[in-house]
Write a protein that binds this ligand. Structure first.
Ligand code: ADP
Length: 200
């Protein structure tokens, strides 16, 4: 004899709305832009950690990580930089549509590329943060040894040395990692996103 289906206690359709209700959060994409070594990965990690501790579901998409996996076929020409950002934004959008708060750390050196990511993600869900730090300081930090390589001529199209970085025109927030501690930057970022992710 066939068992009768019990009525479901939840709406079975995994729409963004339903997911957000279940996860008790609103999803956004926090897009960190800035020079290599400015602090994007550090702050994206710190934000993700802080949000997780406060009961949120998050995903960090990091430029370096994506370039060694999904985007390992891409180089640093203008065409490939565009494709790098297009794919990153499309991946971020998938997480966004699942109700996940998504932090993206990508140099995103030009206004054209930032407009591309904003367009793919959607203006209402896109929160751009300029991680500001002088080239001199980034070069002094040289976290990955890339500035040294670029100065020696071993890297072409390296942002800040032999490829341009355009200062973002309309960021939602600027954090100055040269003058502020990680905690201070994180507080500023959290103050901005807090109301955007709250369901109340
Ligand atoms: P990016 O992802 O932009 O290439 P990283 O986050 O990998 O940069 O490196 C930034 C470096 O700067 C780290 O060593 C970090 O500890 C240091 N740093 C110093 N002050 C700050 C700050 N306020 N915010 C973020 N990083 C900072």
């Amino acid at each position: 004899m066939q068992k009768k289906n019990k009525p479901l206690l939840f709406d079975p359709f995994t729409t963004r709305e339903n997911n957000q209700k279940l996860l008790k959060q609103k999803a956004i994409v926090v897009w960190l832009t800035g020079l290599s070594g400015s602090g994007k990965t550090t702050l994206a990690n710190a934000l993700q950690h802080f949000l997780l501790q406060n009961g949120h579901i998050t995903k960090l998409i990091d430029g370096d990580e994506l370039r060694s996996t999904l985007n390992k076929d891409l180089n640093y020409t203008q065409q490939h930089r565009t494709e790098n950002i297009r794919r990153a934004a499309e991946v971020a959008k998938l997480f966004l549509d699942s109700g996940v708060i998504t932090c993206c750390a990508f140099i995103t050196p030009t206004e054209e590329l930032r407009t591309l990511s904003k367009t793919i993600i959607g203006e209402n869900d896109y929160v751009e943060i300029y991680v500001k730090c002088s080239l001199e300081e980034c070069e002094k930090r040289d976290v990955k040894g890339l500035y040294k390589k670029a100065r020696k001529g071993d890297l072409i199209n390296f942002t800040g040395i032999n490829a341009p970085f355009e200062v973002p025109e309309h960021p939602a927030l600027v954090v100055e990692t040269q003058h502020q501690t990680i905690q201070e930057c994180l507080t500023q970022i959290y103050d901005l996103v807090r109301l955007r992710i709250s369901v109340k």
